[in-house]
Design a protein around this ligand. Structure first.
Ligand SMILES: NC(=O)c1ccc[n+]([C@@H]2O[C@H](COP(=O)([O-])OP(=O)(O)OC[C@H]3O[C@@H](n4cnc5c(N)ncnc54)[C@H](OP(=O)(O)O)[C@@H]3O)[C@@H](O)[C@H]2O)c1
Length: 280
């Protein structure tokens, strides 16, 4: 990849992309929200110019619950702005690498969702991300659309770091056991996305850690590593009602990705790795 523009480096995944490209000595341009609000078409077109080979879009409205009340804003940022980005990429001959989510599915499946399963989102955030998927496909731009789920990293606000903090001080925690998915180390997500892009993979790919679990199982491992004295107990989603409904089962089928990049490392090992990087 050369002449890369990474949008949204102030976010969790965007920072992974910056660090990855810097570690490999790959020159790139990067924008934060203060440099580029992707809703501003003219500003976007000033960054996506002829000569740009790849646009990597990590910017998004990711407040899943708040999106229920702000669906118009979520649709604009996650949907229509990305549609215009795709059009501009097509116009100047750039390829587009964009991220989407397991929340485009309704969660009623019992086996992992293949990449071509119909989109049936059950919340506003999922609907907004589905708009972008459709617009990218319709634009005709050369693209790599990577769906992922349950992102965490050694930085930013995420479930792994939240549970780590709570487990340090609480004697017990109750965590939902009726939603299953695949956690994803965001650093690995950036790395695998780059490999897919470089190896010529195009269209929709699913990238997560290997294995699957419930939020309870994920929290139990984190507590076990951080403070085994903290007891983690399973509960149901009904006990913690949230504004946005969540799919009960959102395991993404990663087999097509694994055929290109090899087996993805199980989530337990990735979570241990991330926690191992942090100060006690
Ligand atoms: N986090 C997950 O569990 C998860 C799961 C599946 C898929 N994804 C997808 O993965 C991608 C990266 O997610 P992430 O967790 O890294 O998200 P994140 O940490 O929330 O980063 C997104 C960044 O985009 C910025 N942003 C918001 N509105 C913008 C706008 N109009 N123009 C430009 N930038 C804007 C945000 O700024 P502010 O923070 O200031 O708003 C934030 O810095 C997203 O496409 C997301 O939908 C995430």
């Amino acid at each position: 990849m050369s002449d890369i523009l990474v949008i949204g480096v102030d976010g969790m995944l965007g920072r992974c992309w910056s660090e990855l490209l810097e570690s490999r000595g790959v020159e790139h341009r990067a924008t934060m929200l203060e440099d580029l609000d992707i809703r501003d078409r003219a500003a976007m077109n000033r960054f996506i110019t002829p000569g740009t080979k790849w646009v990597v879009n990590c910017a998004a409205y990711t407040l899943v619950d708040a999106a229920e009340e702000n669906e118009e804003l979520a649709n604009e940022v996650n949907g229509h702005a990305v549609g215009r980005m795709a059009e501009q990429c097509k116009e100047v001959g750039s390829k587009l690498l964009h991220y989407s989510t397991d929340y485009v599915f309704d969660g009623t499946a019992r086996t992992p969702y293949p990449t071509d399963h119909p989109r049936e989102p059950v919340n506003a955030y999922g609907r907004s991300k589905a708009i972008a998927e459709e617009l990218i496909e319709r634009s005709g731009v050369e693209h790599l659309l990577v769906r992922s789920s349950w992102l965490y990293a050694p930085w930013a606000k995420n479930f792994v770091l939240t549970i780590r903090e709570l487990a340090k001080t609480r004697p017990s925690l109750r965590v939902v056991d009726d939603q299953r998915g695949r956690p994803t180390d965001s650093r690995k997500l950036a790395e695998v996305s780059l490999t897919l892009a470089e190896q010529g993979s195009r269209g929709v790919f699913h990238v997560t850690d290997g294995g699957e679990c419930s939020w309870f199982e994920l929290a139990a491992l984190i507590a076990d590593i951080v403070n085994p004295e903290c007891r983690v107990e399973p509960c149901t989603s009904d006990e913690f009602p949230l504004p946005a409904p969540r799919p009960a089962y959102s395991v993404l089928d990663i087999s097509a990705t694994e055929r290109v990049v090899g087996p993805l490392i199980p989530w337990e090992a990735r979570v241990r790795d991330v926690l191992g990087l942090l100060e006690p």
